[in-house]
Write a protein that binds this ligand. Structure first.
Ligand code: FAD
Length: 326
C-alpha cells in the first residue's frame, strides 16, 4: 500500500516514521526551516518516541507565571518540560522517518489531478499516486483547501527571538493587557529568548519588557469539537486537524501523538477519528472549558491566584502531564 505524507513537521515526520516499516511511504516536505514556535514540549516525548535527547536545549523543572505584579513559581515535578529549536527538531524527526524506510522528498503539494497528488519539485510538476494521503501540512493546510474542507479555526500569534530580555525558564504573562484572552510568553532559546503573544498584544508585551522589536506573525489552531479529521482516504494530523491543546497552546506533543494514533489506526484497520476521540476528546474538551473560564476577568483572577496553593498547583501540573485522562 502506498502512503503519501504531505508535510514533514512533528506530525508528518512521525506518521511517516511509524508507517514506513509496514508500508511504502513517501514524505513530501517543502523546505528546511525554523517553524515559528516556542519549542516547549513535554520531556516524556523523547523516551516515548526514542527521539535523541541531545537536541534538547533546556530541560526545565519549573516555570513562572507572572500576573498583576506577582510571580508564581510552578513546580513541574521534575525536568518535565524541554525546549527544542524547531529547525533541528523537525530535521531530526525527518531523518528518523528516513532511517525507518520512508522516502523523504523536498517538494510542494499543489493540489490533485485525476486522484493523484500534484507535487512541485524544482519547478517540475510530478504526479504522485497514493492509496492513503496523510495531510500533515500545518495550520494553513493546502490539502484541506484542495478538497474544499473548511480551514481549521485559528488565531494569529506574534513572536520574536530577542537578546534583550534574558530568562532562566519559561515565563507566562497572564495580564489581559499582555496576553489578551490567552497569555504571552518568554521562553529560553539557547542564548536568546523567544517571546510572543496570542492575539494582538505584542506591542504591550514589548512595552512591559522595555524593548522595541518588530514581530513576525503566524497562525495557531484554536481547537474545537468536530473538526473533520478524515475524508475518504485522506487523513489530517497535527495542526492540519487543529490538534493544539486549548489554553496551553501546546501543539508539538499532540501533533506527534495524533500521528501515532493515525499510524496505529491504519495498521490495525481502526477508525482514526474514533481512536483520536477516545484518547483525547475528554482532555481537549476539559481544557476548552478552562480556556473559556479564564476569558472572564473575575474567574481568571481566581484561577491564576489559586496556583499559589500547592494542592491546586499539583492538580494543574498533573493535568498538564496528562494524568487522570487515560
Ligand atoms: C508562535 C508560535 C509558538 C508556538 N509555541 C509552541 C510551543 O512552545 N510548544 C508547542 O508544543 N507548540 C507550540 N506551537 C504550536 C506548534 O508549533 C504546532 O502545533 C506544531 O508545529 C504542529 O506540528 P505539525 O507537524 O502538525 O505542523 P507544522 O509544524 O506546521 O508542520 C507542517 C510542515 O508541513 C510543511 N508544509 C506546509 N505546506 C506544505 C506543502 N504544500 N507541501 C509540502 N510541505 C508543506 C511545512 O513547511 C511544515 O514544516 C506554537 C505555534 C506558534 C505559531
Amino acid at each position: 500500500m502506498k502512503i503519501l505524507v504531505i508535510g514533514g513537521g512533528p506530525a508528518g515526520a512521525t506518521a511517516g516514521r511509524l508507517l514506513a516499516k509496514d508500508f511504502d511511504v513517501t514524505l513530501i516536505q517543502d523546505r528546511d526551516w525554523d517553524k515559528p514556535c516556542g519549542g516547549g514540549t513535554k520531556s516524556k516525548i523523547f523516551n516515548e518516541f526514542q527521539i535523541p535527547n541531545d537536541i534538547i536545549k533546556h530541560q526545565l523543572d519549573y516555570v513562572l507565571v507572572r500576573y498583576k505584579n506577582e510571580q508564581i513559581k510552578i513546580d513541574l515535578k521534575g525536568k518535565n518540560l524541554s525546549i527544542v529549536i524547531r529547525e533541528e527538531f523537525d530535521k531530526t524527526l525527518r531523518n528518523l522517518a528516513q532511517k525507518a524506510g520512508a522516502k523523504v522528498i523536498y517538494g510542494k503539494f499543489k493540489g490533485f489531478e485525476n486522484k493523484k497528488a500534484i507535487i512541485k519539485i524544482n519547478n517540475e510538476k510530478i504526479l504522485f499516486d497514493f492509496d492513503i494521503l496523510i495531510a500533515a501540512d500545518g495550520v494553513n493546510s493546502s490539502v484541506r483547501k484542495a478538497i474544499n474542507l473548511p480551514p481549521v479555526p485559528k488565531i494569529i500569534t506574534h513572536y520574536a527571538r530577542i537578546d534583550e530580555y534574558k530568562v532562566k525558564t519559561c515565563e507566562f504573562f497572564f495580564d489581559r493587557k499582555l496576553g489578551g484572552d490567552y497569555y504571552a510568553w518568554a521562553f529560553p532559546h539557547e542564548n536568546k529568548t523567544h517571546i510572543g503573544s496570542v492575539g494582538e498584544n505584542f506591542k504591550n508585551l514589548c512595552d512591559y519588557l522595555g524593548i522595541n522589536v518588530k514581530p513576525k506573525g503566524y497562525f495557531i489552531p484554536t481547537w474545537q469539537e468536530n473538526i473533520q479529521m478524515q475524508k475518504e482516504n485522506i487523513y489530517f494530523v497535527g495542526d492540519a486537524a487543529g490538534h493544539v491543546m486549548p489554553l496551553s497552546f501546546e501543539g508539538i506533543y499532540y501533533a506527534i501523538k495524533s500521528a501515532e494514533i493515525l499510524a496505529n489506526s491504519i495498521k490495525n484497520n481502526l477508525n482514526y477519528p474514533n481512536e483520536w476521540n477516545k484518547r483525547f476528546a475528554k482532555e481537549f474538551k476539559f481544557m476548552k472549558t478552562l480556556e473559556n473560564i479564564i476569558k472572564k476577568p473575575i474567574l481568571r483572577d481566581l484561577m491564576i491566584k489559586a496556583q499559589k496553593f500547592n494542592t491546586i498547583q499539583n492538580i494543574s501540573v498533573n493535568l498538564w502531564l496528562g494524568k487522570g485522562f487515560k
